[in-house]
Design a protein around this ligand. Structure first.
Ligand SMILES: [Zn+2]
Length: 282
């Protein structure tokens, strides 16, 4: 089937396939990936063709199944390292930036927060409260404030961790950006590199629910389309911070980041007008 790129609208063609073997989290599935000729964005045509119910069931088993295993300690914690966001460094980086007035955590939300792991760390170790939203997790857990879909509004800071690789349609990405205020910041944790390897064994394809793979170029396009002018990357937090072009901190960013890097005595943050193309390959 002919499909255009959900990021730049250009032509995409078949790139490669992967066969998922059945395990305790999913059944066998053969997946075909298409790639955009213009921006390199790569996506699963197979996942896009699933019904909403099939997609939700796939997520429920694959994504939340391991959460149950973590809670019951029925899993080797080392097996999680490749797929879990670096929550600790993310919490530290958020506080570092807030203390330096680069971001404001007061009016913020963790969108697609799952069980609120980041919010719990922020609260426990940094005395910082952020709100959580997740379309699949309904029940508020102790310590974490969940808000409902109806309550969603605009935020100075939207945190989005490990979701960009789960989207099946453009609308899912636009929904996230729509929550960022006109001068706000979008924090993103995902994998973004120069080219998506034509390799069914690539580590980022391991979870069966990873369906969309972004490149430095496709992210540059998204930033332009959404009105972000500058970005910052923290290798420790494996997170990007995208700044709307009307954000007041932009002009001060280079100096502030230099000061922070000197203070921490390491290149903790990278800044660029446009998208920080930190990763060239894996
Ligand atoms: Zn494209």
């Amino acid at each position: 089937m002919k499909k255009n790129c959900m990021i730049c609208g250009e032509k995409t063609t078949y790139y490669f396939s992967k066969s998922y073997m059945a395990n305790k989290y999913w059944d066998e599935l053969d997946v075909d990936y298409n790639r955009c000729h213009n921006c390199g964005f790569t996506f699963s045509v197979t996942h896009q063709a699933l019904s909403e119910t099939e997609w939700e069931n796939l997520n429920a088993r694959a994504h939340y199944g391991d959460e149950d295993d973590i809670k019951s300690k029925n899993i080797d914690i080392n097996s999680l390292i490749a797929n879990k966001p670096p929550y600790g460094p993310m919490a530290f980086t958020l506080n570092l930036l807030a203390k330096n007035s680069i971001i404001d955590t007061y009016n913020s939300i963790d969108y697609a927060s799952g069980y609120g792991t980041l919010a719990k760390l922020l609260r426990k170790y940094f005395d910082t409260n952020i709100q959580c939203y997740d379309p699949f997790v309904r029940d508020p857990e102790p310590l974490v404030k969940y808000i409902s879909t109806e309550e969603l509004s605009k935020y100075g800071l939207v945190i989005n961790s490990a979701m960009f690789e789960h989207v099946r349609k453009r609308e899912d990405l636009d929904k996230i950006n729509d929550l960022v205020s006109y001068n706000g910041v979008l924090m993103l944790h995902t994998v973004i590199c120069e080219n998506i390897p034509k390799d069914p064994d690539w580590f980022y394809l391991t979870p069966i629910v990873h369906t969309a793979f972004h490149t430095n170029k496709s992210m540059s396009f998204l930033m332009e389309q959404w009105g972000y002018s500058d970005s910052m990357y923290s290798p420790a937090a494996k997170s990007w911070f995208l700044f709307k072009d009307r954000n007041e901190a932009i002009t001060k960013l280079p100096r502030m980041i230099e000061n922070i890097n000197v203070e921490l005595q390491t290149e903790f943050l990278f800044h660029k007008t446009g998208f920080v193309d930190y990763w060239k390959g894996f």
